[in-house]
Design a protein around this ligand. Structure first.
Ligand SMILES: NC(=O)c1ccc[n+]([C@@H]2O[C@H](COP(=O)([O-])OP(=O)(O)OC[C@H]3O[C@@H](n4cnc5c(N)ncnc54)[C@H](O)[C@@H]3O)[C@@H](O)[C@H]2O)c1
Length: 307
């Protein structure tokens, strides 16, 4: 008996990369899988529906059950179509994995409205669209939502649109975890790093090279946990996704898990680190008092100036 025997999962962007590995793994563990993918390019656009069908074929050859669904989830109609396909085909929804994603790396001074909107439509609104349509079905018997975030969300030079979408997903996940908890539905975020997918385009590598080699500052936040020699691949990330659906992780909801190859970590929620109290409420003058400024900022340095 597999861990997900008799259960149903809908996975967006499951034609390639991390989503594909999650689909294959959960099918091996007995889940019936709805494989969503429009087969687009890493920066959006395009469309090759054969990717979703190829994953379905692979699952069926291995003795599993799956169906392809090729809507773009970047609209409310697309999210609804995915959930309707799931309910029409299998009559239930236990797990929803929001994995579809695109990137449009640009400096903020060169980022167009379209660059911003397209990325947020796939990686934030699209996640809302599927959750909005799927929540009532998940709530019938309980289940889990897994949303893909990114370590880039901690801050990544040249990726403001992507960072905005991924941190939006984190906030939305915390809210959804609170709202659906009483129905036995958990919601968590995965922040992965993985080679072997379509998103590692040269433009992203350039953002990292510029920040590390020219500015000499870490590309992502202040800490970048490495894979300790393990070649980080989509199947490592897929294992975390499946684990967050499995009963083994039942005490996790509204949380984030970081995975890069051989290193997996629970991410701490933001904490207050320096605190000052003003009985009358804070004023500009009060904050400019050197003692107060020192208390709030001591041993904090501006790590983004490159100096
Ligand atoms: N690979 C990494 O290192 C990495 C790092 C951080 C976050 N992520 C996130 O993990 C997720 C999977 O990334 P990946 O590296 O496997 O990428 P990938 O490009 O290999 O796969 C993404 C899939 O999403 C599909 N897709 C894109 N827009 C869609 C839409 N509107 N509707 C339906 N499908 C759509 C694409 O066709 C593609 O097959 C993404 O959300 C990505 O942002 C990946």
């Amino acid at each position: 008996m597999g861990v997900f025997e008799g259960q149903v999962v809908a996975i967006t962007g499951a034609g390639r990369g991390i989503g594909r590995e999650a689909a294959l793994l959960m099918a091996r563990e007995g889940a019936k899988v709805v494989v969503n993918d429009l087969g687009g390019g890493p920066q959006g656009g395009g469309g090759d529906t054969s990717f979703a069908q190829a994953v379905v074929n692979e699952i069926k050859v291995a003795g599993g059950e799956a169906v392809a669904e090729t809507s773009s989830i970047a609209s409310m109609a697309g999210g609804k179509a995915l959930i309707e396909c799931t309910m029409d085909t299998y009559g239930r929804l236990d797990f929803l994995i929001n994995n579809a994603g695109i990137i449009r790396p640009r400096k903020i001074t060169e980022m167009s409205e379209e660059d911003f909107d397209l990325v947020l439509n796939v990686s934030l609104k699209g996640y809302f669209a599927t959750i909005r349509a799927g929540a009532e079905h998940l709530a019938k018997q309980g289940g889990a939502i897994v949303n893909m975030g990114s370590p880039s969300g901690f801050g990544h030079w040249g990726m403001a649109n992507y960072c905005a979408s991924k941190e939006g997903v984190v906030g939305m996940t915390r809210a959804v975890a609170r709202e659906l908890g009483e129905y036995g539905v958990r919601a968590n975020v995965v922040r992965p790093m993985s080679g072997g997918t379509n998103l590692g385009i040269p433009e992203v590598m350039e953002t990292i090279a510029y920040q590390t080699q020219t500015l000499h500052i870490p590309p992502i936040s202040n800490n970048w946990l490495l894979s300790h020699g393990v070649d980080s691949q989509p199947q490592h990330v897929a294992s975390v996704i499946a684990w967050l659906c499995a009963p083994h992780s039942a005490n996790l909801s509204g949380r984030e898990v970081y995975i890069v190859g051989g290193h997996v970590a629970l991410v701490q929620e933001p904490e207050l680190i320096r605190s000052q109290f003003a009985p009358e409420g804070w004023t500009f003058e009060g904050l400019c008092d050197p003692m107060v400024t020192a208390a709030l900022t001591y041993d904090v340095r501006n790590r983004y100036t490159g100096k």
